[in-house]
Design a protein around this ligand. Structure first.
Ligand SMILES: [Zn+2]
Length: 283
């Protein structure tokens, strides 16, 4: 993770949780499987295993995602699981049954009768992004935080995407600007959670990336292949029983499937633990 755009994160958040995959600590973390692309990674994150999706146009997974299983195991309402995403294809990753849960994904407005979302929906219509599959991150963020404050869901996913779009356009200044805006958003989230102490004390934050980027002049790319630099990723986890260790050395090399395992472990839902040493370090 490039440290410079993430000043708030490294000053205020990192030491309150655990950073996995920090190569300066000798640690590695990778995507699940061998494809360093977005939809394959989102499929693998939500499935908790390799979906063998290799393109950004895969159909929804046939197996249940961890959200499907969690909802079934603990009888969660659709309103208790909310997904807000700037990129529209993520709707294929979250469930094996399209239309599950509460979501607003891609350029669409948030289909709700609650008037607190009217202003944001108006802005979504008025200010589309330059990419037809993508909603500006700012509105994805506003929807998600408004939902957080008003509904206090059990699971909230916020998928932001402008950094990747600018990188594909080889626009380094706007790529960095997008990353800095994510750092500001983390501060905003941190500040909001401080105003919700009862909710925050039972909240786990998991932050990760679908893939990283190539080195040097290849920074715009993220092609398939598990020897390429963009195969290596990081994850930050914080809250609840997770120890405040900041960046750690971990011998095991976790992948995206750790997200499902952490969530199930913390909710008492049966799961395999692929990284027992790492779990004993961080819990
Ligand atoms: Zn991309």
């Amino acid at each position: 993770m490039n440290r410079l755009p993430f000043q708030y994160f490294w000053r205020h958040l990192a030491q309150r949780g655990v950073v996995l995959g920090d190569e300066r600590k000798g640690s590695s973390m990778t995507v699940t499987g061998d494809c360093n692309k977005s939809l394959p990674s989102y499929h693998n994150i939500y499935l908790g295993k390799d979906s063998f999706c290799k393109t950004n146009t895969c159909p929804p997974p046939k197996d249940k995602t961890f959200l499907d299983i969690w909802q079934q195991e603990q009888n969660l309402q659709d309103s208790e699981i909310a997904i807000f995403s700037s990129w529209n294809m993520i709707k294929r990753s979250i469930s094996h049954i399209p239309g599950s849960f509460t979501s607003s994904i891609g350029p669409e407005i948030f289909a709700t009768k609650n008037p607190i979302f009217v202003k944001i929906n108006e802005n979504i219509i008025r200010h589309p992004s330059k990419w037809p599959q993508v909603r500006p991150d700012q509105y994805t963020w506003e929807l998600a935080l408004t939902y957080l404050k008003n509904y206090q869901p059990r699971f909230l996913a916020i998928h932001l995407g402008e950094s990747d779009e600018w990188a594909h356009e080889n626009n380094y200044p706007l790529y960095i600007k997008a990353l800095k805006s994510y750092d500001e958003k983390l501060k905003e989230l941190d500040d909001i959670l401080k105003t919700m102490p009862n909710y925050a004390k039972n909240t786990i934050i998991i932050m990760t990336t679908d893939h990283s980027r190539g080195n040097g002049s290849e920074w715009t790319s993220h092609h398939a292949g598990n020897t390429r630099p963009e195969h290596f990723i990081w994850t930050y986890v914080m809250g609840g029983p997770i120890k405040p260790l900041s960046s750690i050395y971990h011998q095991e090399v976790p992948s995206h499937n750790i997200t499902k395992q952490i969530i199930f472990y913390l909710h008492g839902i049966p799961t395999e633990i692929s990284y027992p040493k790492l779990f004993s370090q961080i819990f």
